[in-house]
Design a binder for this molecule. Structure first.
Ligand code: UD1
Ligand code: UDP
Length: 381
């Protein structure tokens, strides 16, 4: 029987980290041919992931430009995808999550009447502008998709409320699959400064911040809070791998560039990031992926946002929303830095987002859809 051609489309760092293990799982299945098409909405940050996970794209749209707008990303992806689909002739296209690449990839698949599988489906805040533009991207992809791979039962429930009940699978999040391949006890960092951090004698606080809805005043307030935390706690070392967005770079360097116990680094490779997270004390972030990874590693997270589409770890007690106001962030961080009981209450490993078998379930579901296997069992937290 001819193999079904499954084309994974992704373009940013988090999509790549979460799709790389799936690209490999699909390639290992007899009935499937795994094709990889990258938009390169991110360039350096994407290439780093491809290298760590040893994934070689079959097609590269190479669309990134400095300070790119949402319209240019979407339109360049759409035009580029026409050629990729015509050349590679997929039987199904997989998109991931909620980026502009995700939306354009799904829309392009629809234009070519190719069925779409949505990996990481069903996340919602129900606030159109937060996260922006991600909340709208994922809703639009929901309308287009044919198969839905939800990380959690809660995500499936969100889809059910929107009337979507067919072809929905609860798989766990593929990020946990990725994490299982990267974290090692004897890991040596390529970024030499990370090997020399005082993990035992000080509190290493890992920070990331990049969201578009935080650009402007919220980001200024977040950076000001981080500066204050570092200046008022000598026993803290703040480590911040700064996203390559020029908006973020400028703001981070202005507030944090000259503080002795703040280490600003270039974006870390995924394996460095995961191992740093495994060794740190606390995570402060507006990232989606870090909210999923840190709980699995038993690290408390303060989310630098007003809402989250990932309530599972909040319920489990390892993640709290800190908001974007300076004083709120400072006081919540201070509590975790100075109060051992408050810290201990949050620092326990939980796995609401997966058991490391998400890719297996997704590949099984795709084979089931083509009549080549049994329907997979759902992930249960
Ligand atoms: C994008 C996604 C966001 C996701 C984030 C993950 C959209 C609209 N946003 O946001 O959902 O959370 O990725 O990081 O899809 N840049 C480089 N090199 C790189 C990557 C980025 O120089 O490897 C710079 C470029 O100047 C680029 C800018 O960063 O224009 C912003 O990148 P973009 O993909 O537009 O937005 P992100 O904030 O990264
Ligand atoms: N990450 C990384 N290097 C970094 C910062 C983050 O490898 O310097 C990883 C992180 O571990 C997670 C993913 O990138 O797997 C999250 O990406 P990001 O925060 O950019 O996007 P989001 O998840 O918010 O969409």
């Amino acid at each position: 029987m001819e193999k079904k051609r499954i084309m994974s489309v992704f373009g940013t760092r988090p999509e790549a980290i979460k799709m790389a293990p799936l690209v490999k799982e699909l390639a290992a299945r007899e009935g499937l041919a795994s094709i990889c098409c990258v938009t390169a909405q991110h360039r350096e940050m994407l290439d780093s992931v491809l290298e760590v996970f040893d994934v070689k794209p079959d097609w590269d749209l190479d669309i990134m430009t400095p300070r790119q707008t949402l319209s240019t990303i979407t339109s360049k992806c759409l035009v580029g995808m026409d050629e990729a689909i015509d050349a590679l002739k997929p039987d199904m296209i997989l998109v991931h999550g909620d980026t502009s690449t995700t939306f354009a990839g799904a829309l392009s698949a629809f234009y070519h009447q190719v069925p779409v599988g949505h990996v990481e489906a069903g996340l919602r805040t129900y606030d159109k502008y937060s996260p922006y533009p991600e909340e709208m991207n994922r809703k639009l992809v929901t309308a287009i998709a044919d198969l839905y791979f939800c990380p959690t039962e809660n995500n499936r429930e969100n889809l059910r409320r929107e009337g979507i009940t067919e072809n929905v699978f609860v798989t766990g999040n593929t990020v946990i699959d990725a994490l299982r391949t990267t974290v090692r006890e004897n890991f040596v960092f390529a970024t030499e400064a990370l090997n020399r951090l005082p993990y035992e004698s000080k509190k290493v606080v890992l920070v990331t911040c990049h969201r578009r809805e935080n650009y402007g005043q919220p980001m200024e307030d977040i950076m000001s809070a981080l500066a204050h935390i570092a200046r008022t706690h000598e026993d803290v070392v703040l480590v911040y791998p700064v996203h390559l967005s020029p908006v973020v770079q400028e703001c981070a360097r202005r507030y944090l560039g000259d503080i002795p116990n703040v280490l600003l680094t270039a974006p870390l490779s995924a394996d460095e990031m995961h191992n740093l997270m495994a060794r740190c004390y606390l995570v402060l972030t507006d990232s989606g992926g870090l909210q999923e990874e840190a709980p699995a590693l038993g690290k408390p997270v303060l989310v630098l946002r007003r809402e989250t589409e990932r309530p599972e770890a909040v319920t489990a007690g390892t993640v709290k929303l800190a908001g974007v106001a300076r004083d709120g962030i400072v006081s919540m961080a201070r509590q975790l830095i100075t109060d051992p009981a408050a810290y201990a209450a949050m620092a326990h490993a939980v796995n609401p987002y997966g058991d490391g078998s998400a890719c297996r379930r997704i590949a099984d579901a795709i084979l089931w859809r083509f009549g080549m296997g049994a329907r997979p069992e759902d992930f249960q937290a």
